[in-house]
Design a binder for this molecule. Structure first.
Ligand code: GFB
Length: 321
C-alpha cells in the first residue's frame, strides 16, 4: 500500500496531538513528526531543509503560539512574530517542495470584535479586531491569506479551518496564561481541595463563548482535509477559502463557571473580578458551511468538561510549581 506521508506540525500541542491520535489509527498513513529540538519552525532554512529531505504528501499546520486573553495582551510581540514565522516558513516550504495538500488551523478571533452573530466566514476583514488579541488575529489572518494566495497563484489546494474556543486533554492549565476552561478547572479544583469559601472568575461573567472539544476539532480537521477537491471548491470561493468549525451553541462565562463547579464538585461562592478583561462580548460561529459539508460535533459541553477534568486529575503533577 502506498502510504500518505503526513507531517503534523505542532504534534505536541493540544490540537496537533488530537489529530495524531486519530491519524495513528489509519493503516494508509505514515506520520512524520518532529519535536522542537529536532526542527525549529521559526528557522526558515531548517524548515526548507526538512521539506527537501522528506517526501511529504500532506501537512496539518497545528503549530502555533497560543494563550488566553491575558497572555495575548502581555506578550503581543511573541504572538505575532512566532505565528507569522511558523506559517510563512511551513506554507512556503510546502509549496516549494510540491506538497499539494495543507490544512492551516486558525482561530475564531480573526473576525471583527463587533461581527454579526453568528459569524459567517464572510465577516472576515469587515471591521476592527478585538484589541486584546489583535496581533495574534493578524498573524492568523496572514495564514489564511498565505493559503489563498498560493492557491490563486500556483493552483495549490491549501485549506484553512477556523475553530471556536477549544478545550480538552493536553491543554495548558497555567493559572494566568491559559484559556478560560483549563484555568477554571484548575482553580475550582484547588478551591475544592482547599475548602475555599470563594473562587475568582475573571471579568463580568456576561461574555458569551462557544466551546468545542479538541477531539471533535481533530475529526473536523481530517474531514475537511479529506473532502474531494470538487466538493471543497463548490463550497468555498477563491477569496473566502476558510471554514468555521464550531458547535453552533454558546453560553455565558457565568454559566460555564456553574458547569465547572458541578464537574469539580465545588460548592462555595463564585466572585467576578471586573479588573480583568472581558474581551469580545460574543463570538459564536456560523457553522452552516461545515454542516453542508456533512460534519457535526459529537461531544457536548458537560461530558467534555468532565473527561477533561479527569485528564487533568491524572496529569496534574506536571502542572505543579
Ligand atoms: O479563554 P479566554 O482567555 O479567551 O477568555 P477569549 C474567555 C472569557 O473568559 C473572557 C473569561 O471573557 C475572560 O475574561 N475568564 C474568566 C477567564 N475567568 C478566566 C480565567 O481564569 N482565565 C481566562 N483565560 N479567562 C482568546 C484569545 O480570547 O480566544 C486567543 O485571546 C484565542 O487569541 C482564543 O483566539 C480562542 O475567547 O477571550
Amino acid at each position: 500500500m502506498n502510504k500518505q506521508r503526513i507531517f503534523v506540525a505542532g504534534h505536541r500541542g493540544m490540537v496537533g496531538s488530537a489529530i495524531v491520535r486519530q491519524l495513528e489509527q489509519r493503516a494508509d498513513v505514515e506520520l512524520v513528526l518532529r519535536n522542537r529540538d529536532e526542527l525549529n519552525l521559526l528557522d526558515g532554512a531548517a524548515v526548507n531543509a526538512f521539506f527537501a529531505e522528506q517526501r511529504i504528501d500532506q501537512v496539518y499546520l497545528a503549530a502555533a503560539k497560543v494563550g488566553g486573553i491575558v497572555a495575548n495582551n502581555t506578550y503581543p510581540a511573541d504572538f505575532i512574530y512566532e505565528n507569522m514565522m511558523i506559517e510563512a516558513n511551513i506554507i512556503h516550504s510546502a509549496h516549494t517542495h510540491n506538497v499539494n495538500k495543507l490544512l492551516f488551523l486558525g482561530s475564531s478571533c480573526i473576525y471583527p470584535k463587533m461581527a454579526n452573530q453568528p459569524m459567517a466566514e464572510s465577516e472576515l476583514l469587515q471591521g476592527t479586531l478585538e484589541a486584546t488579541n489583535e496581533p495574534y488575529a493578524i498573524a492568523k489572518i496572514a495564514g489564511i491569506k498565505l493559503c489563498e494566495s498560493y492557491n490563486r497563484q500556483y493552483g495549490r489546494d491549501y485549506r484553512s479551518v477556523m475553530p471556536t474556543n477549544l478545550y480538552g486533554p493536553h491543554d495548558n492549565f497555567h493559572p494566568s496564561n491559559s484559556h478560560v476552561i483549563p484555568a477554571l478547572l484548575r482553580r475550582f479544583h484547588e478551591a475544592t481541595a482547599q475548602n475555599s469559601p470563594d473562587v475568582v472568575v475573571w471579568g463580568s461573567g456576561t461574555p458569551m463563548r462557544e466551546f468545542l472539544h479538541v477531539d471533535d476539532m481533530a475529526a473536523a480537521s481530517i474531514h475537511i482535509m479529506e473532502l474531494a477537491s470538487e466538493v471543497w471548491q463548490e463550497n468555498t470561493q477563491p477569496m473566502l477559502s476558510h471554514i468555521n468549525v464550531g458547535t453552533g451553541v454558546d453560553c455565558t462565562i457565568r454559566e460555564l463557571a456553574q458547569t465547572i463547579a458541578k464537574v469539580t464538585g465545588y460548592r462555595g461562592r463564585v466572585v467576578f473580578d471586573a479588573t480583568k478583561p472581558d474581551g469580545t462580548p460574543r463570538k459564536l460561529l456560523d457553522v452552516t458551511r461545515l454542516r453542508r459539508l456533512g460534519w457535526y460535533p459529537e461531544i457536548t459541553l458537560e461530558p467534555g468538561l468532565a473527561s477533561t477534568y479527569q485528564w487533568f486529575l491524572e496529569h496534574q503533577q506536571r502542572f505543579r510549581g
